[in-house]
Design a protein around this ligand. Structure first.
Ligand code: G1P
Length: 291
């Protein structure tokens, strides 16, 4: 049973400066909900009971967000805003959330290593905060189902256009059943000449404790940081790793253009204003086309 999730959230968010100068990038909202809350919700919807957030300097707002704010709840109740008060109090009770601070920004692999004590001898899911998913079965649940079949490391992947492969960890492998690949190589952000594959690591992983000795061994890679992809490549020399093309849509909220696209698509899903917002978009497009 996989009951624990690790969410790395220590990064500086330089791609969103100045918005992230004094607030964590994980708190940037998609409409009215911080991106990290979508990730936590996916974990809960997948049966995860315990979440470890790897935080760092300047990330206190994340802790406050997942704590109760009884004063605010009280004020909302006084104003008769019962539904809002309830939804605010629920955030503080979403899951058992723990925090640990990464002391130095040494890469994703280094961040995951901070989870060693917490995850102990259990397999666990890693969920990157710059990815949110829209799927009938939550992507993390889909990965857990594949893990339960193979009992080995599983990585969520999606196909990406060739001109984007240098933005991702790229996995090559042989298809062993529908959507499942047995991995034979992983490269972090390769140049197009380095791989023929277009299967990109998509922000969700099921890892086992076997990753920790690899993280201890692995040398700094891309950007002179400890890369999780490199540790997985080391692990591959000892045991099998599977990649799974998940069902659903992935939204990358880690860069400005995709963040904007995500906001628009999510707004169109919100019943309370989707039709008004669609009318607005149509008029904006019509105006823009006249120019
Ligand atoms: C990280 C991983 C990369 C993965 C990507 C998915 O990169 O290192 O392998 O494909 O997340 O979003 P980052 O986007 O943090 O540079």
């Amino acid at each position: 049973m996989i009951k624990k999730a690790v969410i790395p959230a220590a990064g500086l968010g330089t791609r969103f400066l100045p918005a992230t100068k004094a607030q964590p990038k994980e708190m940037l909202p998609i409409i009215d909900t911080p991106t990290i809350q979508y990730v936590v919700q996916e974990a809960i919807d997948s049966g995860i009971e315990d979440i470890l957030i790897i935080s760092g300097k300047g990330k206190r707002a994340i802790e406050d967000h997942f704590d109760r704010n009884t004063e605010l709840e009280y004020i909302l109740e006084q104003k008769g805003e019962h539904d809002l008060a309830t939804s605010i109090s629920r955030i503080g009770e979403m899951a058992n959330i723990h925090f640990i601070r990464q002391k130095q920004l040494n890469g994703l692999g280094d961040a995951i290593y901070y989870a060693k004590q917490h995850t102990g001898d259990e397999p666990f899911v890693v969920m990157l905060g710059d990815t949110i998913n829209d799927a009938i079965i939550p992507v993390t649940q889909q990965l857990i189902d594949i893990y339960n079949q193979y009992r080995q490391t599983v990585i969520a992947v999606e196909r990406v256009p060739r001109d984007k492969i240098d933005m991702y960890g790229i996995v090559s492998g042989n298809e062993v059943s529908e959507r499942v690949y047995k991995v034979n190589q992983l490269i972090e952000k390769p140049r197009p000449a380095q791989t023929k594959s277009d299967l990109a690591v998509a922000g969700r992983y099921i890892l086992t404790p076997a990753i920790y000795p690899m993280l201890e061994k692995v040398k700094p890679g891309k950007n002179k940081e400890i890369q999780l992809t490199d540790a997985l490549q080391l692990l591959l020399q000892r045991e099998s790793i599977f990649a799974y093309i998940f069902e659903g849509r992935r939204f990358d909220v880690g860069n400005k253009l995709d963040y904007l696209r995500t906001t628009v698509e999510m707004a169109l899903k919100r019943e309370e204003f989707s039709s008004q917002f669609l009318d607005f978009l149509k008029s904006v497009v019509a105006q823009a086309e006249k120019k």
